[in-house]
Unconditional design. Structure first.
Length: 477
């Protein structure tokens, strides 16, 4: 009663947790007039993650890849309620979610419960640290806008401190050593963007430290980008060599302190040794871990006890062992990689599923009404009503025949610096592995076309042109 949002009692409450790839793709295609749709997320915008590495150096400005959730919901046919809050607990028994407004400004009510009839969990994942000491305290991650801003500031902080009066050569060397841990696409794309920034801008603006920069990429496995083909892995490694990025493979970080990274490396003779590397900036990109709210839900469902990487779902994305809960994206385990491509296809699938469920429910109600007409109303044309019922039943069978979720892989793309990209693309039933300048143009146009809105597309192009024409902005803020 204290809420302006009055759900329609004839409709089901459909609660969507998150405003990322899975949730927004669902919202875009959902016929919202069929449900009381409530979106809950601590972030009131969608973030186009593929261009997040470009924000760390200012090649793209962060607001260009954000789209306010209200600009999405206001175009929907029926009102969608948005609560900026974090879901802290999902009670699958009582069908209630506890939410907490974690923002700086809080009203008299900041913790409350939201009941649901149907729930979609699309909360993504958090950064994996594997409990390695010092990681949380000393490194930057690269998942959210705030992370990219923090990295951008820290790069310039290291540069300005390195040029401070009377700095010792060892300290200059440390401050200008930028270490990236994790050779997956996040780590590789960030290292490429960083080296571009150093080569194309910082060296020109502050030439006295030009030859002191060093970027090191550390990877525990024998090679970087394990999801790409062998040829593209080799191309990436040789491009990094040209760009003077040092790749240390078979090197697993075990400890992080304020100024050093300690790793266990394996030499060519197979012998293990410990390497200590002083750093100025440390970016940690070792993949995903399950969020606490998801872990908690999993622990309350016996059928989830063997699942480790997230909520195990069936081929209709229904959370195994739960009723009326679906999951998409990085928090769901459906047998696919945790990518935006997968999350957005899953979201679109759920929209089709829910639209169809609402349609078939409406037809079922019509059939029900017609049947009671047949039984209760004297003098109706029984044959005509029976024909109508049959037609409805036929329509219902057709609608209800929903095929399970099927993922179509469009390919993998990654930027590797110095205007080169790698792509493993499926095209006309074949697979193409390409790398180089043309692939870079393809990467740019593909990402541009995937941007959320025309507004985003225009802003990104303007950012690209701006940074090319005037150089990236090296102000520290
Ligand atoms: P997300 O997009 O992470 O969204 C999760 C949402 O849930 C967010 O809105 C978050 O605020 C919200 N949330 C978090 N906790 C809670 C809570 N407790 N309650 C309610 N809401 C919550 N994939 C590709 O396919 N191609 C790429 O080029 C690519 N590039 C990437 C680059 C980077 C730097 C990163 C980090 C990832 C990249 N990915 C890429 C992976 C891709 O971003 C993820 O797979 C995708 O974001 C997963 O979508 P999601 O909806 O599951 O989660
Ligand atoms: P990832 O899981 O793909 O890679 C993390 C890497 O870190 C692994 O190779 C792992 O061996 C390494 N690692 C783990 N612990 C380590 C340690 N202690 N020391 C050294 N190395 C260690 O993570 P990501 O790159 O963040 O990607 C996450 C997901 O997002 C993936 O599914 C990826 O495909 C997707 N993504 C895609 C793109 C793209 O398509 N361009 C870009 C970014 C992310």
């Amino acid at each position: 009663p204290d809420d302006q949002f009055l759900p329609d009692p004839t409709k089901k409450n459909l609660v969507i947790l998150g405003t990322g790839w899975g949730a927004v793709s669902l919202l875009k295609k959902l016929d919202t007039e069929n449900y009381n749709v409530i979106v809950i997320s601590p972030r009131n915008y969608f973030l186009f993650t593929p261009l997040l590495p470009s924000c760390t150096t200012g090649t793209v400005e962060h607001r260009s890849i954000m789209e306010p959730i209200r600009s999405i919901t206001r175009h929907k046919k029926a009102a969608v309620k948005f609560y900026e809050a974090e879901a802290t607990k999902i009670d699958a028994e009582r069908k209630v979610i506890s939410i907490d407004d974690i923002s700086d400004v809080k009203g008299a009510s900041s913790k409350t419960d939201v009941p649901y009839d149907m729930l979609v969990v699309s909360v993504g994942a958090e950064n994996a640290t594997f409990g390695i000491p010092g990681v949380k305290e000393h490194s930057c991650f690269l998942k959210e806008i705030g992370d990219a801003q923090q990295i951008r500031k820290k790069i310039m902080d290291c540069v300005e401190t390195a040029t401070f009066k009377d700095q010792s050569p060892e300290e200059v060397e440390r401050l200008l050593h930028m270490v990236v841990v994790g050779g997956g696409p996040t780590g590789v794309e960030f290292a490429g963007e960083l080296q571009d920034f150093i080569d194309q801008d910082i060296k020109k603006w502050i030439p006295e430290i030009a030859d002191k920069f060093k970027v090191t990429l550390i990877e525990a496995l024998p090679n970087v980008l394990p999801m790409f083909s062998k040829q593209l892995i080799e191309y990436t490694e040789s491009t990094f060599k040209e760009e003077k990025i040092t790749i240390k493979t078979k090197t697993a970080v075990k400890k992080v302190t304020e100024k050093t990274v300690e790793a266990e490396a394996t030499g060519p003779d197979g012998k293990k040794f410990t390497e200590v590397m002083p750093y100025g900036l440390l970016v940690w990109a070792t993949g995903n871990a399950v969020r606490p709210v998801v872990k908690d839900l999993m622990s309350s469902i016996p059928a989830q006890k063997d699942s480790r990487r997230g909520l195990a779902v069936n081929e209709y994305l229904v959370v195994q062992g739960a009723k009326d809960i679906w999951a998409t994206g990085d928090c769901a385990v459906a047998g696919y990689a945790p990518t935006a491509q997968v999350a957005s296809q899953e979201g679109a699938f759920l929209a089709r599923l829910f639209n169809t469920m609402a349609k078939s429910e409406a037809i079922e109600n019509q059939i029900h009404e017609l049947s009671s007409e047949l039984n209760l109303k004297p003098g109706v044309d029984a044959a005509a009503v029976a024909r109508e019922i049959e037609a409805h039943e036929k329509q219902l069978r057709r609608i209800k025949d929903i095929k399970p979720f099927h993922y179509t892989h469009q390919g993998s793309l990654a930027y590797i610096g110095s205007e080169r990209a790698v792509a493993d693309v499926s095209w006309m039933n074949g697979n193409f592995a390409t790398g180089g300048g043309l692939t870079y143009l393809f990467w740019r146009s593909a990402y541009l076309s995937m941007c959320f809105s025309t507004r985003n597309r225009v802003l990104v192009v303007v950012d690209w042109l701006k940074s090319k024409a005037f150089g990236r902005d090296v102000s520290r803020e």
